[in-house]
Ligand binder design. Structure first.
Ligand SMILES: Nc1ncnc2c1ncn2[C@@H]1O[C@H](COP(=O)(O)OP(=O)(O)OP(=O)(O)O)[C@@H](O)[C@H]1O
Length: 239
């Protein structure tokens, strides 16, 4: 599903080149559910940006679904992302002036036929337990409910890869656990490979696989090959 090989990513700060990611080899199988852990500033979000094609690697290979993102133009990566990747953010990113249902209608690429389209969207709201809240604005929903709408938005077009960046970071403890379990259930039912960034070891424990990003100060070094339960070395300095 995902192959990163000698993948490097740096950011330029004025004259200085700051190494962030330096991954010798990382393989993710189709259907994997992975919690990505690591200290603040270690490059977790940067890795998600690379995997969804927002950021290109500077060197090395990033192959997803046999497609070489490292050889694609920005436009090709954008197309790849809209076709194959769903993304969930900590702050939901719902459009505040649209109802929950309208937020989903805006992105849903399914049948245009009114009845079939409506039924499919309604079924999704039922799956996440929000059938009574479809016509509510985001401000009329709790944070956990908003994140469930965001999950529908990320999954309704059946992405093969689902990336979640601290999806429970702004939720209370109990809601965070319920939301994480729902995310795992839905991604499994949809057959999507799931990679979730989290700071929380307890939430990560819900995942069948955990990967730790470790930080190597100053000089980016490579440790690998990476196996589950071990770590990816990055070049980022710990914040
Ligand atoms: N556009 C950018 N330009 C320069 N440096 C950047 C840029 N984006 C991220 N960085 C730096 O890259 C490093 C890794 O950032 P990233 O957000 O990936 O870390 P993270 O592990 O997700 O952190 P956190 O857990 O705090 O969200 C940080 O030191 C950050 O300052």
């Amino acid at each position: 599903m995902i192959q990163l090989h000698q993948a490097h990513k740096s950011f330029r700060n004025q004259q200085q080149l700051i190494p962030i990611l330096d991954i010798e080899h990382w393989h993710v199988s189709e259907g994997d559910q992975i919690a990505l852990l690591g200290p603040s500033g270690s490059g977790k979000s940067t890795l998600l940006y690379v995997l969804c094609g927002v950021l290109p690697v500077d060197e090395g290979e990033c192959i997803i679904r046999h497609e070489p993102l490292h050889r694609m133009s920005e436009l090709e990566r954008d197309r790849f992302r809209s076709k194959h990747v769903g993304i969930i953010f900590q702050d939901f990113h719902l459009i505040s002036s649209l109802t929950a249902k309208q937020n989903i209608e805006l992105v849903y690429e399914g049948p245009l036929n009114g009845r079939e389209r409506y039924q499919h969207i309604q079924q999704w709201f039922e799956r996440v337990g929000l059938q009574e809240r479809m016509n509510h604005l985001p401000s009329q929903l709790s944070r956990g409910q908003q994140q469930r709408v965001a999950m529908i938005r990320a999954l309704i077009n059946r992405p093969t890869l689902l990336l979640a960046d601290e999806p429970t970071g702004s939720l209370d403890y109990e809601t965070a656990h319920l939301t994480m379990n729902l995310l795992l259930t839905l991604s499994e039912e949809e057959g999507a490979t799931l990679i979730t960034v989290t700071h929380d070891q307890h939430l990560a424990a819900h995942y069948p696989k955990q990967v730790h990003i470790s930080t190597i100060n100053q000089h980016a070094m490579i440790q690998g090959p990476v196996n589950w339960g071990s770590s990816i070395a990055t070049g980022a300095k710990q914040a």
